[in-house]
Every structure is written in structure tokens, then in C-alpha cells.
Write a protein that binds this ligand. Structure first.
Ligand SMILES: *Cc1c(COP(=O)(O)O)cnc(C)c1O
Length: 407
């Protein structure tokens, strides 16, 4: 049967302690035990269902974790205070001194900086590869490799990872495949395609209201237990735990995720097609011109579309900045980093979210100065949005003169 991630979220039922339709928020950092023996057993990890201390976990965090695990089809999940607060412990739980990571070279700037600049201090080395070339990926694996890391749809270049192919390679070499699925929740289900661990920044689409940070690690019960271990669990000991108030609010927002993703995708698909028709350099996985369009199609849960992210290359940083300022002035969206908001958000990744990447590497991977990343919003009238965007581009001479007449 086809995997239906939104059904699995909706089928979960949690009630509040007085029969409330929402689960009660666990407004406590610590928990009492009826007996000293149970407290001891809980520390040893032998008392299921008992709560200890909210850095370890809390009822509210478990509810949110179970909803995310249901969405991704993993045994369980551990929520974290931020996306980086999920990604970093997941990597550190699996790698120690002398170990090696093979990572896609086009990933979120923070993850890139962590692997490039921070983990070498702990003698964890990373080889960055073009994730779309499976032979290159496999060739980079050595006897110390523990982890293969990628994003299902990459930030900001929107490269698509062949998760099935990568999972085969990971299995063959007995290493773990970690997939950051922040850009494509519901559209792509990496665990269904063979990923061992699925990561998200909940800050983006999943929460969807740009009012809080959050992250999650979805995986096997064994892996999540190891992360929470009081003795050597990276999530427990590094302490990036989510607050219960926030997990309760994110859980409520998750209930509309399927509706939002459909609208983000529909709007992005429309704009991408229109931009491309105008002769603009547009990258969107839903365009037939995208090099991995067919791959995305073969992996996706069709009803959710190709996601809310697209990029436009307007030639120069000056063009990009002028266009973003004008679009903001016309109330088409906000000049801001991040994604997954109801408003369209745009930024020039070369000089912002990916500024951690050295100049020569940016050139090699195609991260140009004129690139604008759009997170397309939930606009009710995307045709109107497009008309005004087009007028902005004409005003700034970004459109070719012959096309300007069409406006
Ligand atoms: C934002 C983001 C992160 C980091 O998440 P935070 O919540 O900002 O810590 C990681 N990966 C991707 C793909 C992101 O977009």
C-alpha cells in the first residue's frame, strides 16, 4: 500500500488529562517518583513510561516526536530545540575521533560549517561530494567512514538526492545514511526509501509560522534511546532539548501541514513555470528542465507536489538586491532568511545563508551571486503575485526588452 504520511499523523489521538481535545502541556522540568527504586531504574533506562527530567524528555516532547515519527515512518523520534540541535548530536552520536563522514557539498550553511570547521577539532573528517553522482559518493567512502549525509532536496541549489541509490551504497559499506528532509516534508519520505535517520529543522515548513525554532531526529528506537542515554547520549548531554510549551504549539501546527504543503507547492509550481516562460533562469524540481525532475517524481508522495522552494538567477548581486528590496516594498514577501512561512521569503544565499562556503567552492557548485532563493508563501492569488513580480522585474530591467512588451 502507498505510504500516506498525513494519514499517519491524523490517526494519532492524544487527549488532555481532563478530556481536552489537545494533550495537556507538561509544565514541569522535573517529575516525582512514588518509590526510590523506580527513580534508580529510570536512570538506568529500565523504567519505560517514567519521566525523569525534561532535558531527557517530557510528555509533550514525546507527543510531538510520535507525530513526526508517524510522518516519516520511523519507529520513534527525539525532538530538539533547533534543527542544528538535532543534526549535531545525531552526527556526534555516530562519529568519534578518527571517524569519517561523506557529505553532500550543497547542504545548509550551518551543517556545512559544523562538518567543515568544527568536527575536525574532534578528529572527525568530512569529504564533501557531488551527491548526484553515486560513483563519486561511493569512491569517497573509506574504512573509517561512519556516516553518509545529505539533504533530500538541497539548500540552496535544490539538488535532489537519489535516496534509494544512496541507501544501497550505505548498506553495502555498513554505514548510516542520514537525510535532512527540511525542504521536502510529506513530499519525500526518506526512511521509506531506505534512509536510517531522518532529520528536520521544525523551524521551517513543519511549524510554518516563523515563531519558534525546533528540530527532530527520526530513527530506530535503539538509536533514539542511545541519544537520550544519561551516560553517553549526545542529545541528553549536549542539552539541546525542546521546551514543552513549544512542542505543544508545534504539534498543533503540524495538523495543517498537509494543507500548507499542497498550497506552497501549487504556488511555487505556478511561479516557476511562469518565470521559466519569461526566459528567466529558474530552478525548481517540479520543472521538466530540472536535471532531477524524474528522480524527484519517482520518489515523491505525489499529492504534495515538489515543495515551496525555487531559485532564480538574476545575473548579479546588485540585481538580486534591488529586486528583493522592490518586492518587499510591494508587499510580495519579506527579505529574510528561513523558509516555510505563509509569506514568501527571499534571500540571496551567496551572501547570506551560504556565506560560510568559500568563494571558489561556491563557483564550482554553481552558487552564483545573482541567485535568489524563494520560499513561496501561501498566497491565495498567486496570479496577482506573479503580475506584480513581473512588473518589478521590468522596472529593474531584469527581463529581456522583447519580453517587457508582454507585460
Ligand atoms: C534551517 C535549516 C537547518 C537548521 O535548522 P535550525 O532550526 O535553524 O537550527 C538545517 N537544515 C536545513 C536544510 C535548514 O533549512
Amino acid at each position: 500500500m502507498k505510504f500516506k504520511p498525513a494519514n499517519k499523523i491524523q490517526d494519532l489521538q492524544y487527549f488532555g488529562e481532563f478530556g481536552g481535545v489537545n494533550p495537556s502541556i507538561s509544565d514541569s522540568s522535573t517529575y516525582t517518583f512514588l518509590s526510590a527504586k523506580t527513580m534508580f531504574d529510570t536512570f538506568e533506562g529500565n523504567a519505560d513510561g517514567c519521566y525523569l527530567y525534561s532535558r531527557h524528555t517530557s510528555p509533550s516532547n514525546l507527543y510531538l516526536g510520535e507525530a513526526l515519527a508517524a510522518m516519516e515512518g520511523t519507529e520513534t523520534a527525539n525532538v530538539a530545540a533547533t534543527g542544528m540541535g538535532a543534526i549535531t548530536p545525531a552526527l556526534l552520536q555516530l562519529c568519534g575521533a578518527g571517524d569519517h563522514v561523506v557529505s553532500s557539498r550543497t547542504i545548509y550553511g550551518g551543517t556545512y560549517a559544523f562538518l567543515k570547521n568544527f568536527t575536525p577539532r574532534m578528529q572527525i573528517e568530512t569529504t564533501f561530494v557531488d551527491i548526484t553522482k553515486l560513483e563519486t559518493v561511493e569512491a569517497a567512502i573509506n574504512k573509517n567512514t561512519k556516516v553518509l549525509f545529505c539533504e533530500a532536496v538541497s539548500n540552496p541549489l535544490l539538488e535532489v538526492a537519489d535516496i534509494k541509490g544512496l541507501a544501497e551504497i550505505a548498506k553495502k559499506h555498513n554505514i548510516k545514511l542520514l537525510v535532512d528532509n527540511t525542504f521536502s516534508p510529506l513530499s519525500i519520505s526518506p526512511a521509506e526509501l531506505g534512509a536510517d535517520v531522518v532529520l528536520h529543522s521544525l523551524t521551517k515548513f513543519i511549524n510554518g509560522s516563523s515563531d519558534t525554532m525546533g528540530g527532530v531526529i527520526c530513527g530506530t528506537q535503539d538509536f533514539i534511546d542511545s541519544l537520550r542515554s544519561v551516560n553517553d547520549g549526545a542529545s541528553m548531554l549536549l542539552g539541546s532539548s525542546m521546551d514543552s510549551m513549544r512542542s505543544a504549539s508545534i504539534l498543533k501546527n503540524m495538523r495543517t501541514l498537509h494543507i500548507r504543503i499542497k498550497q506552497h507547492s501549487k504556488n511555487a509550481q505556478y511561479l516557476a513555470e511562469q518565470f521559466e516562460n519569461l526566459g528567466l533562469k529558474t530552478v525548481y524540481p517540479g520543472l521538466v528542465s530540472h536535471p532531477s525532475h524524474e528522480l524527484f517524481k519517482s520518489m515523491m508522495n505525489e499529492e504534495y507536489g515538489y515543495g515551496g522552494l525555487l531559485t532564480l538567477d538574476v545575473g548579479t548581486l546588485e540585481n538580486a538586491n534591488n529586486l528583493m528590496e522592490l518586492m518587499q516594498h510591494k508587499n510580495l514577501g519579506y527579505l529574510a532568511v528561513s523558509l516555510g512561512f505563509y509569506k514568501t521569503l527571499f534571500s540571496a544565499p551567496g551572501s547570506s545563508t551560504s556565506s560560510e562556503i568559500p568563494e571558489d567552492e561556491k563557483v564550482e557548485m554553481g552558487l552564483t551571486d545573482g541567485l535568489i532563493r524563494f520560499s513561496i508563501g501561501l498566497d491565495n492569488d498567486i496570479e496577482r503575485t506573479f503580475q506584480i513580480m513581473k512588473e518589478c522585474m521590468v522596472k529593474l530591467n531584469i527581463l529581456k526588452p522583447e519580453l517587457q512588451e508582454l507585460v
